[in-house]
Design a protein around this ligand. Structure first.
Ligand SMILES: [Fe+2]
Ligand SMILES: [Fe+2]
Length: 357
């Protein structure tokens, strides 16, 4: 990095940007991949469904959706301390993951020549830029917009093989849909609990995420080897990693869930259920989320994360040892979850689904 680009130093950035730039197991990352491999994606097997999806992208139903009306600010208020802290943490995490998609899709759009993949990535970059920008406007109301340019220049980038990008991004798009729609439906039933106007935007917003997921579903179904043989072990791994991360992270925001009137465990299992139903369009199995053993092991992971956090705060040699022990035990619990039988399903002939939740 040259001196000019590095002129904003770590200590000069605001706390939201610092948080977004921090790498932990639970925070959203930035990704890069092997762009050459994306050149060779063949879509022949899903041609009709692909064309239909691309014309939806082209129609751009949400072109006006992310404009902020004048009344928006009048609904923004100072929230009770702990709720505000958790809400802003949620917003920083959300803007980071929206922007992570934006940066990855823009990179692919710029680097590939395959016209269909290029076009798709341009559409998705457009959507994610709107999403990130919209959240950041709200963070600005609280005086802590994330410096997205700083993130782009400084945040560590993780390399994933293309197939890992498909599994992980497919899941994060579909989980994004399931999370946004579950929150939106909750506030539809209880408008008095809606403590910030941004939640009003989630219904149309989540349709974008749903469609982004459809794109990766079609790419995978057009290349069936990605869903067979040892790749099934990778799919199992990503399902588990994404669900477990979400479970632990959501339980670290009790005040926000209390304000929404949602129990974090119930909310998470609702999101897992919706995601599992959707993922049957592409993955040959789902995790056995209704099994009490599965649920007990997820609880164990959550308690270990709490214990690890306490050890980190205590610090010193004892703290470090306790933290290492938590990490080892968490790996053990994850391994036992990974070995659990999955629930098999037949892939439907028609891949695409409607966002009907
Ligand atoms: Fe998005
Ligand atoms: Fe998305």
């Amino acid at each position: 990095m040259n001196a000019a680009a590095g002129s904003i130093r770590e200590r000069d950035i605001n706390p939201a940007t610092r948080k977004a730039n921090t790498e932990t197991v639970l925070t959203p990352r930035f990704y890069t991949t092997d762009f050459d491999a994306l050149e060779r994606i063949d879509l022949a097997l899903v041609r009709d469904e692909w064309n239909q999806m691309m014309s939806e992208f082209d129609n751009d139903a949400n072109v006006d959706h992310f404009e902020r009306p004048d009344w928006f600010s009048s609904e923004v208020k100072e929230l009770p301390g702990p709720l505000q802290a958790e809400f802003l943490d949620f917003m920083v995490s959300s803007v980071t993951s929206e922007y992570s998609g934006c940066v990855l899709y823009a990179d692919i759009a710029e680097r590939v020549n395959n016209p269909e993949i290029k076009k798709l990535m341009q559409y998705m970059t457009r959507d994610e830029a709107r999403h990130a920008g919209f959240i950041n406007r709200s963070l600005k109301d609280y005086g802590i917009p994330v410096d997205l340019g700083y993130l782009k220049r400084n945040k560590k980038t993780t390399y994933f093989k293309p197939k890992f990008i498909y599994y992980a991004t497919y899941l994060s798009e579909k989980i994004g849909y399931a999370r946004y729609i579950t929150i939106f439906r909750n506030f539809e039933r209880h408008p008095e609990r809606r403590f910030h106007p941004i939640f009003r935007w989630f219904e149309q917003w989540c349709n974008d995420e749903f469609r982004h997921g459809e794109a990766f579903a079609l790419i995978m179904r057009a290349n069936p080897h990605l869903l067979r043989g040892h790749n099934r072990l990778w799919i199992r791994f990503f399902l588990l990693a994404v669900f477990a991360t979400m479970y632990v992270r959501d339980h670290s925001r009790p005040e926000m869930h209390k304000a929404m009137g949602l129990d974090p465990t119930d909310y998470d299992y609702e999101v897992f259920e919706v995601t599992s139903q959707i993922s049957k369009q592409v993955f040959p199995f789902t995790l056995d989320i209704h099994n009490p053993v599965f649920r007990a092991r997820f609880e164990k992971l959550r308690l270990l994360a709490l214990e690890s956090d306490a050890a980190r705060q205590a610090g010193g040699v004892i703290g470090a040892l306790r933290k290492a022990s938590c990490l080892l035990r968490s790996a053990g619990v994850l391994a036992s979850l990974y070995m659990m039988p999955v629930v098999r399903n037949e892939l439907p002939e028609k891949v695409r689904m409607a966002p009907a939740w």
